[in-house]
Design a protein around this ligand. Structure first.
Ligand code: GDP
Length: 363
């Protein structure tokens, strides 16, 4: 599954947001393999299509796809220098697919700011500097290592060194590696480093409830910064999120209506995370279970099958595929089969967002 790490300075609203996430939490019976880790929250990815498919098929069970949030508290100024705790937090960030950077944009004299005032760009820079320093350390070690291997004459080390040098000079300028726009090939050459500043970033601008709709000058500044570095910004009010998280269905709709917003900040975060990571959803739909699954855009049918079970990828024969729209308009699989909209696809088929798939495989 996809994992987002929540970072930010102390007192910006991380725990409030994380608590909202765990409160909204996914049905834990769907994730029995997940150990109970207080720093991990799993939430369902909201998808109207899944609800509609479930209504059409009327299965025993309906299972949404999920996304994991990891609370990485404790990342403070100087974390990259520390031998102990600070470094442990940085190691936790290495394991996530994307970073949700919570930035304080609310004024409240009763909540102390560690730096004395509300200043999102300064706050972002403090956290980013720690990540840049940590990356610089890994890149420098790797450069030394690669220079030694160069003597073997293998061309791959030359190419690798070239990318490493490029990243190193960017980091030295105080810029995150993601600004470089590395090619897929270049990224592959440094993948094992798991660089923190190569991970996609989503800024969660935490505002007071009055600013939820129109934002405020603090949010504007983050939006400008994000536009330059191809990051995304989602405006949330962590406090309101924790109230929304306690509601469901019609009650939730009503509350959102009252606030004048269409979706919760959490739902916006999830969707932005999906976009940022290039993820798509496909469905499986049988009488036992209708279920949504997450894969990377560009995945083949066997790879998609592999997210369900590795045996299904290994023994993949073919897939019966129909788009969500076509299935809904046909009204049933039987109709779709008659109309010829249910297709047979082979191992090279690239799965599309909204595909409903039935995989045939050898055990
Ligand atoms: P963390 O240290 O980043 O985890 O911050 P917390 O979530 O513990 O929040 C710090 C303080 O800010 C708490 O007293 C929260 O109630 C308050 N706070 C968090 N989010 C908001 C918000 O959206 N608006 C206001 N006014 N206060 C908030």
């Amino acid at each position: 599954g996809m994992k987002c790490g929540i970072v930010g300075l102390p007192n910006v609203g991380k725990s409030t947001l994380f608590n909202a996430i765990t409160e909204a939490g996914a049905d834990s019976e769907n994730y029995p393999f997940c150990t109970i880790d207080p720093n991990v929250g799993i939430v369902d990815v909201p998808d109207q299509r899944l609800d509609n498919l479930s209504e059409l098929i009327d299965p025993k069970k309906t299972t949404p796809t999920a996304i994991e949030f990891v609370d990485i508290a404790g990342l403070v100024k100087g974390a990259s220098e520390g031998e102990g705790l600070g470094n442990k937090f940085l190691a936790n960030i290495r394991e996530v697919d994307a970073i949700v950077h919570v930035v304080r944009c609310f004024e409240n004299s009763e909540v102390t700011h560690v730096e004395g005032s509300v200043d999102p760009l300064r706050d972002i820079e403090i956290i980013e500097t720690e990540l840049i320093l940590a990356d610089l350390e890994s890149v420098e070690k790797k450069i030394e290592n690669t220079e030694r291997k160069l003597k073997s004459g293998d061309k791959i080390y030359e190419e690798q060194l070239e990318v490493l040098e490029k990243i190193s000079s960017t980091l030295e300028e105080g810029e995150p590696a993601r600004r470089l726009d590395l090619s897929e090939k270049e990224k592959k050459l440094v993948r094992d480093l798991n660089l923190l500043t190569l991970k996609p970033v989503l800024y969660a601008a935490n505002v007071g409830d009055d600013d939820l709709i129109d934002g405020n000058p603090h949010v504007k500044k983050i939006e400008e910064k994000a536009a330059e570095e191809k990051a995304e910004v989602v405006t949330v009010s962590a406090k309101i999120e924790s109230e929304i998280a306690e509601l469901e269905g019609a009650e939730k709709e009503l509350f959102l209506d009252e606030l004048g917003i269409e979706e919760s900040g959490l739902d916006k975060l999830i969707k932005a995370g999906y976009r940022l990571l290039g993820l798509i959803t496909f469905f499986t739909a049988g009488e036992k279970e209708v279920r949504a699954w997450t894969v990377k855009k560009g995945s083949t049918a066997p790879e998609a099958a592999g997210t369900i079970h590795t045996d299904m990828e290994r023994g993949f024969i073919k897939a019966e595929v129909i788009s969500y729209d076509k299935l809904m308009s046909a009204g049933s699989f039987a109709n779709a089969r008659e109309e010829g909209t249910l297709r047979l696809e082979g191992k090279d088929y690239i799965v599309e967002d909204g595909d409903v798939c039935y995989f045939k495989f050898n055990v």
